[in-house]
Design a protein. Structure first.
Length: 282
């Protein structure tokens, strides 16, 4: 397995294996890999000549210093998982210096308002950090296809907008959410949950599933109030937001209109651990 910690060496290697028909698949991650990440890699491996996986905990997309400090860093275990999946995966595990070259700040981006919804409201500057690191990684790897999970659906839409507005020559591939046995959306942050908290977190997907079941009969106002009541009755969880939004614009909706695709988004805290999930409603 090829493992690079510097961008120059990685770029030289990718250039050396390039052929006229070569395609490069790219899976950007922050490590602490789980089966959802591995599924993205497996799809890339099946669709491309070469697959690059980055492992980098990006400081500029954290607006909470404690969250950044506690984010799991498990590079050795991550490499073992990738090796077991396919030893041909090319790993890029850079330092902050290699990425930011002594200037660890975000650039400012305009994503046509996508960045102002949901996560953008509660995590100021988050999507500037995402845009900064994704654009930088695309410049280094020069991928043909890049793979992102739909759990971070807002991020997926923003990355697509980033590519479109900057005329980047890469295809963004959205992949389904992978879930644990209890239907909790797989996330690196799940590793910080106790066994009891992980078990009780089934309420998140159960709530989204019930919203989907009621979507054609209940108003958005009633659904919002019902979700709020579910979490008010459950002291383990602190509901940060629940939103029903237009999939295209991500803007919060108050009425259901024909011809629109709707999606429910939720963010909750469990003992200061932040979990998000989403589900398509129609």
């Amino acid at each position: 397995m090829q493992i690079f910690t510097g961008k120059v060496a990685l770029m030289d290697y990718l250039k050396s294996i390039s052929t006229p028909n070569c395609t490069i698949g790219f899976v950007p991650t922050m490590g602490a890999l789980h089966q959802g990440h591995l599924a993205l890699m497996q799809r890339s491996l099946s669709e491309n000549t070469a697959t690059v996986v980055s492992i980098f905990v990006n400081p500029t997309q954290f607006n909470n210093a404690e969250d950044l400090a506690k984010y799991p860093r498990t590079l050795t275990a991550d490499v073992d998982k990738m090796e077991a999946l396919n030893s041909n995966i090319i790993v890029y595990a850079p330092t902050v210096e290699d990425i930011y070259e002594g200037n660890t700040v975000s650039k400012s981006f305009d994503f046509d308002g996508l960045e102002n919804q949901m996560e953008g409201q509660f995590r100021p500057g988050h999507f500037d950090g995402v845009g900064t690191i994704v654009k930088r990684l695309f410049e280094i790897v020069q991928p043909t296809n890049a793979y992102f999970g739909e759990k971070d659906f807002q991020q997926l839409q923003i990355v697509k907008k980033l590519v479109d507005k900057n005329h980047l020559n890469v295809t963004i591939v959205g992949c389904p959410i992978f879930r644990e046995v209890n239907q909790l959306a797989m996330s690196s942050r799940n590793e910080r949950l106790t066994a009891q908290e992980r078990d009780e977190a089934t309420v998140i997907f159960e709530t989204l599933s019930e919203v989907k079941a009621r979507f054609n009969t209940d108003s958005i106002e009633r659904l919002n109030n019902w979700v709020k009541s579910v979490f008010e009755k459950n002291p383990t969880f602190d509901l940060e937001y629940f939103v029903i939004a237009d999939e295209a614009t991500l803007q919060t909706q108050t009425n259901i209109e024909a011809g629109k695709n709707y999606r429910a988004f939720i963010a909750v805290y469990v003992n200061n651990i932040r979990l998000i999930d989403t589900i398509s409603l129609n």
